[in-house]
Design a protein around this ligand. Structure first.
Ligand code: HEM
Length: 209
């Protein structure tokens, strides 16, 4: 996905073969490489993007190293009781609370991403998503503060490609993390999940044990 987006930045939309005369595959290949290299380093935008990529890779690698060298593994938190969240309630789970739990909303669904703390915890490369709705940021591939709205974001201005991208991210989160509940729209009432979870212990009950 990153490769696709980065190469779109790098190669632009022009057709490179437009003015070419017939050449050997080797010549065409090396001209293409030269062109990519000159576009990568010749434009301030691409240089900036390369810088951001380098920074993120550095953050991901360094967070991985610090996790590897930690001798004592953090105890896993008990699963959160299934529940819906308002934006304000979601904000409490930014990884800075006493238990360090991190929740993130993607496409209206709230996921417990605490096990991905090296990404989303304080100081992590995607730490700004913690306790927020990350949908717009993921859809627009942006790590800027403006991609995280303070009010409920209905995403209605996003195009179909961006919405498709959110759905892909949602599936990725669904596979990797625990779904906790819905992100509530303003005025929307939370669902009562007590019927569906009769036999499941609440978080408090588990803590007491
Ligand atoms: C352009 C430079 C970027 C590079 C080189 C990069 C690199 C990576 C790499 C290597 C991983 C996988 C780490 C692992 O599994 O160990 C990753 C995961 C991820 N990246 Fe990026 N990234 C970039 C930009 C972005 C941007 C702009 C966003 C969001 C707006 C983003 C969001 C994510 C998310 C959500 C994950 C998944 C973490 C998880 O598994 O929970 N990345 N990135």
């Amino acid at each position: 996905m990153y490769f696709f987006i980065i190469t779109r930045h790098v190669t632009g939309s022009g057709n490179m073969a437009d003015n070419d005369t017939p050449q050997s595959e080797e010549q065409t290949g090396s001209r293409l490489i030269m062109r990519i290299v000159s576009e990568l380093f010749g434009s301030p935008l691409n240089l900036g993007l390369l810088g951001i990529c380098g920074f993120l890779i550095y953050k991901i690698i360094s967070s991985r190293r610090s996790t590897d060298s930690t001798p004592v593994k953090e105890p896993e938190l008990p699963p959160l009781k299934k529940q819906d969240f308002t934006l304000e309630q979601l904000r409490e789970y930014d990884g800075k609370g006493s238990d360090g739990r991190v929740l993130i909303a993607v496409n209206g669904k709230v996921f417990d991403v605490t096990r991905g703390k090296r990404f989303y915890g304080p100081g992590g490369p995607y730490g700004l998503f913690a306790g927020h709705d990350a949908s717009r940021a993921l859809a627009t591939f942006s790590l800027g503060e403006d991609a995280l709205k303070n009010e409920y974001d209905d995403l209605s201005d996003l195009n179909s490609l961006q919405m498709e991208s959110i759905r892909e991210w949602e599936m990725q989160f669904q596979e990797k993390y625990v779904y906790v509940g819905k992100l509530l729209k303003p005025g929307e009432q939370p669902t009562d999940y007590s019927d569906t979870e009769d036999d499941e212990k609440t978080e408090t009950e588990k803590k007491v044990e």
